[in-house]
Design a protein around this ligand. Structure first.
Ligand code: SF4
Length: 376
């Protein structure tokens, strides 16, 4: 399989979005955040362009940004002015901290391929690196610019799959980098902060396994939607079973009736919740009273309540097996504890997980109803 890192990331966030974007290739307009990010990236590439005879001045950089600015993607003037101001601030701060003369830039916006072998099958993970620098001590640094507001913690950076893939891509494209130290950095332009990390060989092997496991999931996926925090900005809402309803112009159902059903659903749910809460309080009060009086049954006008001691026992599985197996009864009681199985399977190497996956069979498919009070 040949697949970009962004496609892998999209699948992990939402398989349905992956299907719309990469399999069905439904054209979708770029979000204003994506347009903004692309323009900033373009400016930084231009700023660092090694072929430029003299470095760009701050005024020239800001003028280019202003000339290329497209106000049309924003909803209103206020939003547009805010975004424009943010872009100017980002570039000004960047300019102050990053004189092009300070860096030895090896490449800008360069694409890569990271080959990963799964038995006989070769997968190519593709992507694009914003910038690669070489420092005086011979070390390389991969830099990816981020325009997002949110800045993750160091732990997330240390575990970032994207940066691990960049490392694999870099060493594949320039095998001579294999033995050299590689620093992997995310530059958060809004905060003016660069967070860096490195990868050990063991971590790179784990990255390959993680990717193979995503590729395996893609191969067998039903591409179900997975609601997530980015849904409000998803350009495929019109096609997504979770949002499509909002876009159907001529609904075949009686909308009033649907609204009433939803209203009643929430009313009952809310009643159930407050009754469950009250029930817990009553049980606590009964327990307290029984403890104080050293009794286990209390009487009221409408009936009585009894509390009985309950004990749960576990068995030593090895001893149990020794007794039951010779009787041919062991298999009869053996049932896979799905929660524990899931935990164990996550710790297994990819090869074993893949083997086990072959024996996975669909037992039952059903829809679970959940309710959310948030309006989308
Ligand atoms: S709206 Fe959300 S759930 Fe639907 S396709 Fe987009 S990301 Fe997935």
């Amino acid at each position: 399989m040949r697949i970009s890192y962004s496609a892998l990331e999209t699948f992990t966030t939402c398989p349905a979005k992956y299907k719309f974007q990469y399999l069905e290739r439904i054209p979708a307009p770029k979000s204003k955040e994506a347009v903004f990010g692309s323009l900033i990236h373009e400016m930084l590439k231009m700023f660092h362009e090694p072929s430029r005879p003299t470095p760009l001045s701050e005024e020239e950089l800001l003028k280019c940004f202003t000339d290329k600015w497209d106000p049309g993607v924003y909803n209103d003037q206020q939003e547009e002015a805010f975004a424009f101001h943010q872009g100017i601030e980002m570039l000004k701060n960047y300019y102050q901290e990053n004189s092009p003369l300070k860096f030895n830039i090896v490449n800008l916006e360069t694409s890569f391929e990271a080959p990963i072998l799964d038995g006989e099958e070769l997968h190519q993970i593709t992507g694009r690196i914003d910038r690669i620098d070489k420092s005086e001590d011979g070390a390389f640094e991969v830099i990816d610019y981020k325009t997002a507001k949110k800045m993750p913690g160091q732990k997330e950076i240390d575990g970032s799959l994207q940066l691990s893939v960049y490392h694999l891509g870099l060493t594949n494209r320039w095998p001579s980098f294999q033995d050299k130290p590689v620093k992997l950095s995310l530059y958060f332009l809004k905060h003016g902060e660069k967070l860096s990390t490195i990868r050990a060989n063991q971590e790179l092997n784990e990255t390959k396994e993680k990717i193979l496991s995503i590729v395996q999931k893609i191969k067998t996926s039903g591409f179900e939607p997975r609601p997530n925090a980015l849904c409000p900005w998803c350009p495929y809402q019109r096609w997504c079973p979770l949002f499509k309803y909002k876009f159907i112009e001529k609904k075949t159902v009686n909308e009033e009736q649907v609204k009433n059903i939803i209203r009643e659903y929430f009313e009952i749910k809310s009643r159930q919740e407050s009754e469950t809460k009250r029930m817990t309080e009553l049980k606590e009060a009964i327990n307290l009273y029984c403890d104080e009086q050293a009794i286990d049954r209390v009487f009221g006008e409408t009936g009585y309540i009894t509390r009985l001691a309950q004990k749960r026992f576990g068995y030593d599985a090895i001893k149990l097996k020794e007794i039951l197996e010779p009787l041919g009864k062991w298999n009869e009681i053996l049932m896979v504890d799905k929660a524990k199985f899931k935990k164990v399977i996550e710790q297994l190497p990819y090869d074993l997980r893949k083997q086990i996956d072959q024996f996975k069979k669909l037992e039952r498919e059903f829809k679970v109803i959940t309710a959310s009070k948030n309006k989308i």
